[in-house]
Design a protein around this ligand. Structure first.
Ligand code: NAP
Length: 242
């Protein structure tokens, strides 16, 4: 099960955290994996070695032309995981336009632009897997990060529209919504005991998830076994969205 031999996968934001764990898991199942990061060649090379990947590409997804630049370097892929995102912790009354624009560009527009680019070969081949990474905040609004929450909802809406359109072609489009997963992104806040205690109160399982807890869902949606699943939103959140 979950054999990815012969498949080529691009995972955005795979220098660390969930993206790196997915890259390792795909590579272990036989996929040739392309690592992506925003800025650092050193981080990409380290992740490439850790995940036993085949290549890496560096591109800031807030660049409007990012999809073209990334595609030029990678060529077509069979599996596209749109995992990179940014988030600003700013109350809605104070959100400046540049923060709004940057989150929407990285978290929504780049997903659309990358799907536009990569779906063509998938449709031609009659096989493709597109997985976006959303957030528990699609379901459990967080007033401290209103634009991030909105961007993940917008991305989910795209997934629903595109999955319906692509359904007859053999290309599936799904979203995975993590809850609180221990990654470098939230190292600092989770190491604050008061913050940790308050967050755990919101999670029915009362523990954070780990990157390995996310892998099963990615493997299912990326492989042949997931061929009848499209337009889905898979929550990995210890019940936090309930
Ligand atoms: N961790 C959680 O608790 C949690 C909860 C809900 C949802 N999620 C979602 O899960 C996904 C992965 O989260 P994570 O915690 O693993 O993230 P992370 O540890 O913060 O890693 C983020 C990755 O995205 C890349 N990235 C950041 N800004 C970018 C930009 N402007 N352009 C291109 N790439 C960029 C980073 O590359 P560099 O290394 O080059 O900066 C890095 O590889 C995200 O979509 C996040 O919203 C996470």
């Amino acid at each position: 099960m979950f054999d990815l031999k012969g498949k080529k996968a691009l995972i955005t934001g795979s220098t660390q955290g969930i993206g790196l764990a997915v890259a390792k898991a795909f590579s272990e199942r036989g996929a040739s994996v392309i690592i992506h990061g925003a800025t650092s060649e050193e981080k990409c090379k380290k992740a490439l070695a850790e995940a036993n990947g085949t290549d890496f590409v560096i591109c800031d997804l807030s660049d409007t032309n990012a999809a073209n630049k990334i595609y030029e370097k990678t060529g077509d892929v069979d599996i596209l995981v749109l995992n990179a995102s940014i988030q600003y912790r700013t109350l809605w009354q104070d959100v400046p336009y540049d923060e709004f624009e940057k989150q929407m560009k990285v978290n929504v527009f780049s997903s659309l632009a990358l799907i536009q680019k990569y779906q063509r070969a998938m449709v031609k081949n009659g096989w493709g897997r597109i997985i976006t990474v959303g957030s528990v905040q699609q379901h459990r609004p967080n007033p401290a990060m209103p634009i991030y929450s909105a961007s993940k909802c917008a991305q989910m809406s795209l997934v629903e529209c595109l999955s319906k359109d692509l359904a007859p072609t053999g290309v599936t489009v799904n979203n995975i919504s993590p809850g609180v997963i221990a990654t470098p992104r939230n190292d600092a806040v989770l190491s604050d005991p008061e913050f940790y205690k308050n967050v755990m109160k919101k999670i029915p399982m009362a523990i954070p998830g780990h990157t390995d807890d996310c892998i099963g869902a990615f493997l299912l949606l990326a492989s042949e076994e997931g061929k009848y699943i499209t337009g889905a939103d898979v929550k990995i959140d210890g019940g936090m969205s309930l």
